[in-house]
Design a protein around this ligand. Structure first.
Ligand code: C2E
Ligand code: CA
Ligand code: CA
Ligand code: CA
Length: 279
């Protein structure tokens, strides 16, 4: 038994060592990638599905690696969050998107919402207020409303600093959306304390729409709750017209998903936009 324990301990420590090495080299690679500007903004349209126009875009990051191809955020965002690298990464993203918007010759009829995913760490640092101000000053005159999406998957310490930050954001007319709503930490108390304007109904709920009546009731309850609290709902992961129409019947007009468009790099997004706005 002693020998077995000994061997087990060695195996475990080797595994931990290997894992640490792998994650620290990933960290090193990410820092380098940031300097080399390998993180690119992708854009996914958010539609007003009732009136059929693009009311906003969500900015999603992709790591365009020179040899590994396009790396999904599910791989690198968790490490970026753990290491704090998420803050410079988000700042770079916000600067890039602001400069793309400010130099585009395209105009739009409605105020366009531009949403970024913000980590709890960034919100707690007050830096987010400064970063948002920079973004707004660059896109000035372009009819843009900045939206910050905070995920419910992370614990947000709603203390005086956070509340102060949220107040400053409100004063700048920046919208705050609760992302992945229904999947994480007590969404209800957050909604109340943080003065949230929008919730993003998680795609797992949207997928429930076709799964029979009991599942549907849960979706309905969330939508009704939001409407009673006067909170806007954006549905995520809308993949078919059945979901689209069901959501519309519940007055959820803002929808995002593969049914409309996937996240796209800038060039594809411009082509998509042109096609959308020329018929
Ligand atoms: P999220 O914020 O919930 O973003 C929505 C995810 O759903 C995106 O995955 C999007 O590509 C995907 N999606 C959109 N429509 C559909 C659909 O109809 N069906 C399905 N199955 N999926 C759909 P993506 O781009 O891989 O991003 C994954 C997550 O990584 C995001 O989830 C977000 O939490 C995080 N993330 C991405 N970019 C950033 C970033 O710049 N900063 C931070 N902090 N997190 C980010
Ligand atoms: Ca999001
Ligand atoms: Ca989400
Ligand atoms: Ca999600």
């Amino acid at each position: 038994v002693m020998l077995l324990c000994f061997c087990l301990a060695i195996i475990i420590s080797l595994l931990i060592h290997h894992w640490l090495q792998a994650s620290s080299s990933l960290y090193f690679n990410m820092r380098q990638a940031l300097e080399r500007k390998e993180f690119k903004a992708y854009f996914q349209p958010i539609m007003n599905a009732r009136e059929g126009y693009c009311s906003g875009i969500e900015v999603l990051t992709r790591w365009c690696h020179p040899t590994d191809g396009t790396v999904s955020p599910d791989i690198f965002i968790p490490l970026a969050e753990k290491s704090g690298l998420i803050i410079p990464l988000t700042q770079q993203l916000m600067r890039d998107v602001a400069s793309i918007i400010s130099t585009t010759p395209v105009s739009w009829r409605h105020e366009l919402h531009v949403a970024f995913n913000i980590t709890a760490l960034h919100l707690a640092s007050r830096q987010i207020v400064e970063d948002s101000k920079v973004f707004l000053s660059v896109v000035q005159g372009k009819r843009i409303k900045l939206i910050l999406e905070l995920t419910e998957r992370q614990f947000i310490d709603v203390n005086d600093t956070t509340l102060g930050v949220l107040k400053e954001l409100k004063a700048l007319d920046i919208g705050v959306a609760m992302d992945d709503f229904g999947t994480g930490y007590s969404g209800l108390s957050y909604l109340n304390k943080m003065n949230i304007d929008t919730i993003k109904l998680d795609q797992s709920f949207v997928a429930m729409i076709e799964k029979g009546n009991t599942a549907k009731i849960i979706v309905d309850v969330v939508i009704n709750l939001a409407s009673q609290l006067d909170i806007e709902v954006v549905a995520e992961g809308v993949e078919n017209t059945y979901q689209q129409n069901y959501l519309l019947s519940k007055n959820v007009q803002y929808q995002q998903g593969y049914l409309f468009a996937r996240p796209m790099p800038m060039l594809s997004f411009s082509c998509w936009w042109q096609a959308e706005n020329t018929h």
